[in-house]
Design a protein around this ligand. Structure first.
Ligand code: IPM
Ligand code: MN
Length: 363
């Protein structure tokens, strides 16, 4: 197959982890007889510097014309004082919205060899395998009004949590579809004891569940979910929730895998190409030093192969190569224990390439 991939390196460690990942994609292409071509475009702070906006139209066009989008990370202290619409993050939110990527899939699976690098007890996280399905184009992130205003002569501010029925229904449905081919359990997370939006969310989840008799649905309040996630994470299979709740819970869930540097994500819509990015940010403190953990971005590319290209064997090869390097004891700084040898981004990437090659030679 021939696939056109738009690459958006972005800021901070973004360019480093994305470069590592195209190396892995090249190796996979060679092994499986595919051709991947890359088209690079700007997003975030780099786009602000070069073109004055965080998401140039040209970038959106390039994304639309491709089969999948690979993104590094956006943001950094340089642009922190910018107004909201000129922050790097506005580029990321913009591309999600423009491509209508309403479903953000964040799988959280423990790697046995990393269990001891988590701050949680080994017996709590051993065997964790859950998927956070975060609504990505609505809710508190996008609701209007969203502004500073004056009320009674005083400075005031408003953000809005709003959803249309169709927006809730499609994300809940996505979660049930995923659960069907996993452990057949959906936890719908809301704050229905306080928020009207959550009460509608709950109603719709109940309705949708009737179409999926073999999947069990559980409702959980978000505060309790935050607690259950670290108390007993193995109770979860698919977790579906509002944009902001999903943002917070997925960072929390990363602790279950030992590091935020391990979590991949896929943002999927209905017709547009999917966007694949690590959950971690741009880590400006280590940018350019070759210290970044590339595994989350590499795993995100694996998700692209699976969800956008239907390349199941290829995606599995990537996942297994990641497992292999971890079992072999290779570590970047974020997942190394005191005294363990620390690999650079390039060295870690080379180990993943080697693991891919070794696996191919065996089969
Ligand atoms: C994420 C990030 C983004 C978000 C930021 C950078 C806008 O935290 O992808 O989780 O809040 O969605
Ligand atoms: Mn986040």
């Amino acid at each position: 197959m021939e696939k056109k991939i738009t690459v958006l390196p972005g800021d901070g460690i973004g360019p480093e982890v994305v470069e590592a990942t195209t190396n892995i994609l090249d190796e996979v292409a060679e092994q499986f007889g595919h051709t991947f071509t890359y088209e690079y475009a700007d997003i975030g702070g780099i786009a602000l510097d070069r073109e004055g906006v965080p998401l140039p139209d040209k970038t959106v066009e390039t994304c639309r014309e491709s089969d999948g989008v690979l993104l590094g990370a956006v943001g950094g202290p340089k642009w922190d004082e910018n107004p909201g619409h000129l922050r790097p993050e506005a580029g990321l939110l913009g591309i999600r919205k423009q491509l209508e990527l309403f479903a953000n899939l964040r799988p959280v699976a423990g790697h046995e060899s990393l269990n001891t690098s988590s701050s949680l007890k080994e017996e709590v996280i051993n065997g964790v395998d859950l998927m956070i399905v975060r609504e990505l184009t609505g809710g508190l992130y996008f609701g209007e009004p969203k502004e500073r205003r004056e009320e009674g002569g005083e400075e005031a501010v408003v953000d809005t949590l709003s959803y249309k029925r169709s927006e809730i229904e499609r994300i809940v449905r996505r979660a049930f579809d995923l659960a069907k081919v996993r452990k057949k359990h959906v936890t719908s997370v809301d704050k229905a004891n306080v928020l009207e939006s959550s009460r509608l969310w709950r109603e719709i989840a109940d309705e949708v569940s009737e179409d999926y008799p073999d999947v069990t649905l559980e409702h959980m309040l978000v505060d309790n979910a935050a607690m259950q996630l670290i108390r007993d994470p193995k109770q979860f299979d698919v977790v579906v929730t509002e944009n902001m709740f999903g943002d917070i819970l997925s960072d929390e869930a990363s602790v279950l895998t030992g590091s935020l540097g391990m979590l991949p994500s896929a943002s999927i819509g209905s017709d547009s190409p999917g966007l694949y990015e690590p959950v971690h940010g741009s880590a400006p403190d280590i940018a350019g030093e070759g210290k970044a953990n590339p595994l989350a971005t590499i795993a995100s590319a694996g998700m692209m192969l699976k969800y956008s290209f239907g390349m199941i064997a290829e995606a599995t090869a990537i996942d297994e190569a990641i497992q292999q390097v971890l079992s072999n004891g290779f570590r970047t700084g974020d997942i190394a224990k005191p005294g363990e040898k620390i690999l650079s981004t390039d060295e870690m990437t080379a180990e993943v390439v080697k693991a891919l090659q070794t696996a191919a030679a065996k089969s």
